[in-house]
Design a protein around this ligand. Structure first.
Ligand SMILES: NC(=O)c1ccc[n+]([C@@H]2O[C@H](COP(=O)([O-])OP(=O)(O)OC[C@H]3O[C@@H](n4cnc5c(N)ncnc54)[C@H](O)[C@@H]3O)[C@@H](O)[C@H]2O)c1
Ligand SMILES: Nc1nc(=O)c(N)c(NC[C@H](O)[C@H](O)[C@H](O)COP(=O)(O)O)[nH]1
Length: 228
């Protein structure tokens, strides 16, 4: 299958959580890690998040640094990468910050069961890609993104989309910043939620690097494939 190079970047607590039990975001990253994420954003063709992240965090997914935005412009690109929301039932609020902030293309990926009236409203704000019956078919979405010129895709969570991408075999590398806090809670989102793998399905990773950043550690992993 021809698809973009796909990287997941997430920040997690020392106990592997992405946010609190109320699904409220907390700063796990410090200033330097947020700078690193901005730099990654500026280098990628597209950024993708799940609708759960939009509903809880309302991210804009823009490049923040004026210098990086200017460098993208100078290279003939938009200031921001293409911003994509995976939203099976077309629930994205029309006043979400992703629409209000920054220039550039937005894509909402919906399934074929998304209510037509929601899709029609979103069509005024974004390009719509429709795949899958109940849930967005992430493999088909990745192929379509490649066709429209997206060669590098950065997934910024959340927990359910991370699982969807990993379990569909769609991820090449994972960058996790592990921050110096404990969040706890059996229901707090973790780096990968969803159904989970059984023993015969586990994914094996190769550690590419580890780097101390302020009071945390950045781990870069490559996906090797199913654990033998
Ligand atoms: N710390 C971080 O780096 C970070 C990054 C992003 C989000 N978060 C946190 O994660 C939480 C949100 O995670 P979440 O799990 O609730 O939502 P999510 O962002 O993972 O979105 C999940 C949604 O994606 C959609 N989806 C469609 N097709 C899918 C498929 N085939 N597979 C999987 N998902 C599919 C579904 O509509 C599903 O409800 C929030 O609390 C947020 O603060 C943290
Ligand atoms: N890298 C990172 N470190 C964190 O400590 C944290 N809580 C997030 N969380 C991801 C979440 O989705 C954020 O809401 C977006 O990173 C915000 O993006 P914007 O600034 O709105 O562009 N991400």
């Amino acid at each position: 299958m021809d698809r973009p190079f796909i990287l997941i970047n997430s920040a997690m607590s020392a106990d592997g959580k992405l946010s609190t039990k109320e699904r409220k975001q907390v700063s796990i990253s410090g200033k330097l890690d947020f700078e690193r994420v901005d730099e990654l954003r500026a280098r990628t063709d597209a950024i993708m998040v799940g609708i759960g992240t939009v509903l809880s965090d309302n991210p804009s997914l823009t490049v923040k640094s004026p210098e990086r935005k200017a460098a993208r412009k100078a290279a003939g690109k938009s200031e921001n990468p293409v911003r994509i929301i995976v939203d099976s039932t077309a629930r994205t609020p029309l006043d979400a910050d992703i629409f209000k902030k920054g220039e550039g293309i937005r894509i909402i990926a919906v399934s074929n069961s998304a209510p037509a009236e929601n899709v029609e409203k979103l069509e005024k704000k974004a390009l719509i890609i429709q795949t899958g019956t109940e849930k967005v078919d992430l493999s088909e979405l990745a192929e379509k993104l490649k066709i429209i010129g997206i060669n590098t895709l950065m997934v910024e969570g959340g927990a359910t989309l991370n699982w969807g991408m990993l379990s569909a075999g769609l991820v090449d590398e994972i960058y996790t910043f592990v921050g110096n806090l404990i969040i706890g809670g059996a229901t707090s989102p973790t780096f990968t939620d969803g159904e989970g793998f059984s023993e015969a399905e586990l994914l094996e990773l190769e550690l590419l690097s580890s780097e101390k950043i302020e009071n945390g550690v950045l781990l870069k992993w490559k996906i090797k494939g199913k654990k033998k």
